[in-house]
Design a protein around this ligand. Structure first.
Ligand code: HEC
Ligand code: HEC
Length: 278
């Protein structure tokens, strides 16, 4: 009987003991969790206190010219190219990494700001002054780097004969031998080179707008670019219409057609005249 009671008591005690052990284990676990959270909060707090640069990193410091450019950008370009020029789906591409050369080409030739969505932005009278174009370019340059048009005379030491040869090899298939331009596929065209300035020609080669290939400095060296620019600006633009009428400079097909029409008419009249004589 006693042994039976003892056994029961012993069992109760063991149960109680186990329960209290379980409780203290739970308390221990809770304590550990609390300590972990406290440590995390402390570490997080210390990080924010000692690393204030994290927030500043999102808008890195830019130079004065770039800041002016950003102000212009935020008014005229942000609707299509997005905040910090990240691009807007279906409206305009990201400009991070296109470089000042691309901006100088697009804005300097009046293509940007684009008036409406179209297959190919057209040359228009530029909206911005040269200085503003440079500021916009500087802003995009400081955002993500990219090609830049060098300062100074871009035709220095140029060789016109080499320039002509390079032009015929690299450019004439799209812009025509006379630089008058021509149609490309899907409603696009290579424009006339007539209105382009030295810097715009250089920038076009560096940035390769639309279907035009990029002519980086390892394809066409800066010296060769000078040759090409001198050839376009000097020889091509000066050397026009030696034969009289230019017939819109559409090339040999128009000339052939014109000669054919004129010749046929002359022949018809000649035969009428001969027929009238006899
Ligand atoms: C109405 C929309 C629109 C506005 C406004 C606009 N752009 Fe664009 N932009 C485009 C589109 C679309 C393209 C791509 C089509 C093209 O290259 O012809 C483009 C292309 C460009 C490119 C060439 C990018 C490359 O890959 O080389 C540059 C640089 C550029 N824009 C700069 C600007 C700047 C600077 C402004 C403000 C002064 C501006 N754009 C305003 C729509 C716009
Ligand atoms: C595959 C065809 C192609 C070739 C090759 C090509 N271009 Fe272009 N080029 C274009 C197209 C297309 C445009 C128009 C881009 C636009 O409107 O956004 C253009 C635009 C230009 C412009 C801008 C004209 C303006 O309106 O001010 C210049 C300058 C230019 N090209 C120079 C060159 C030179 C120099 C070469 C040779 C080194 C060359 N291109 C080779 C297709 C070509």
């Amino acid at each position: 009987m006693t042994s039976d009671n003892d056994r029961r008591r012993g069992l109760l005690a063991r149960l109680r003991g186990e329960r209290s052990a379980g409780r203290s284990r739970g308390r221990r676990r809770l304590g550990a969790a609390f300590r972990l959270i406290a440590a995390l909060a402390l570490a997080g707090g210390a990080y924010t206190v000692f690393a204030p640069g994290v927030q500043a990193q999102e808008n890195p410091p830019i130079t004065g010219a770039a800041a002016e450019g950003k102000a212009l950008f935020d008014v005229s370009c942000v609707s299509c190219h997005g905040r910090n020029a990240q691009g807007v789906e279906g409206r305009g591409p990201s400009l991070v990494g296109v470089g000042a050369a691309s901006v100088e080409f697009q804005v300097g030739s009046g293509r940007m700001p684009m008036a409406r969505q179209e297959a190919q932005a057209m040359r228009k009278p530029p909206v911005f002054t040269d200085e503003e174009v440079r500021q916009l370019g500087q802003y995009v340059q400081e955002l993500g780097g990219g090609p830049q048009v060098p300062e100074g005379d871009l035709r220095e030491g140029a060789n016109l004969a080499t320039g002509g040869e390079l032009f015929r090899i690299n450019c004439s298939q799209c812009h025509a031998f006379g630089g008058g331009g021509g149609a490309l596929s899907s409603g696009k065209y290579a424009p006339s080179l007539r209105p382009a300035t030295d810097r715009q020609i250089y920038a076009a080669m560096l940035s390769g707008p639309q279907n035009m290939p990029v002519f980086g400095d390892n394809q066409i060296t800066p010296e060769q670019k000078a040759d090409i620019i001198a050839y376009i600006q000097g020889t091509l633009k000066a050397d026009q219409d030696q034969g009289g009428f230019n017939l819109g400079r559409y090339g040999p097909s128009t000339e052939g057609l014109a000669i054919f029409l004129v010749g046929i008419v002359a022949l018809v009249f000649a035969s009428l005249w001969i027929a009238g004589k006899s």
